[in-house]
Design a protein around this ligand. Structure first.
Ligand code: GDP
Ligand code: MG
Length: 175
């Protein structure tokens, strides 16, 4: 859409979190406004891009997706290198995926730049009747750790756009 415009900045963003929380679907929703019903688990490290305008600047978000290496400590430091932002995703219907968020924050603190902006995302917000993680628990954790927070649904698209824009705006503020 911005083919002929000059890119002012490229922001690398990494998506992390347990397997099956919806990382790839959130990314596809943001990058292509798609939700794929028969998606296979991701093979190979890949990224998707979307170019947006923030404060009149053309910013290419280069968003990296894990390649099924979500096992603890299997994501390598190369994945985090140069990342200015991270979306840390859990599934609101899977308590364990939220309990593991602290480990993922630890991973970021170990491997990523200390100034990285982090957006905690509780995904599958469309499955409220199966909710296992109260919003208040996540809000408290996010405040405690200095993370931004949003609940999204990659399926309906709810809040996906606003969560990524918030993160990109925060990155823009500090670069
Ligand atoms: P990843 O392993 O974290 O990349 O997870 P995927 O993006 O592959 O999604 C895992 C499963 O959850 C798939 O069956 C998706 O269709 C499903 N899923 C992802 N996001 C949502 C969502 O927002 N709502 C619902 N109901 N299902 C979702
Ligand atoms: Mg995936």
């Amino acid at each position: 859409e911005y083919e002929h415009e000059k890119i002012d900045y490229v922001f690398k963003v990494v998506v992390i979190g347990d397997s099956a929380v919806g990382k790839t679907q959130i990314l596809s929703r943001f990058a292509k406004n798609e939700f794929c019903f028969d998606s296979k688990s991701t093979i190979g490290v890949e990224f998707q891009t979307r170019t947006v305008t923030i404060n009149g600047k053309v910013i290419k978000a280069q968003i990296w997706d894990t390649a099924g290496q979500e096992r603890y400590r299997a994501v390598t430091s190369a994945y985090y290198r140069g990342a200015l932002g991270a979306t840390l995703v859990y599934d609101i219907t899977k308590r364990a995926s939220f309990d593991h968020v602290a480990r993922w924050v630890e991973e970021l603190r170990t491997h990523a730049d200390s100034s990285i902006a982090i957006m905690l995302i509780g995904n599958k917000g469309d499955l409220v009747d199966q909710r296992a993680v109260p919003t208040a628990d996540a809000v408290e954790f996010a405040e405690d750790q200095g993370l931004f927070f949003s609940e999204t649904s990659a399926l309906s698209g709810e809040n996906v756009e606003s969560a990524f824009f918030k993160l990109l705006e925060e990155i823009y503020k500090v670069i």
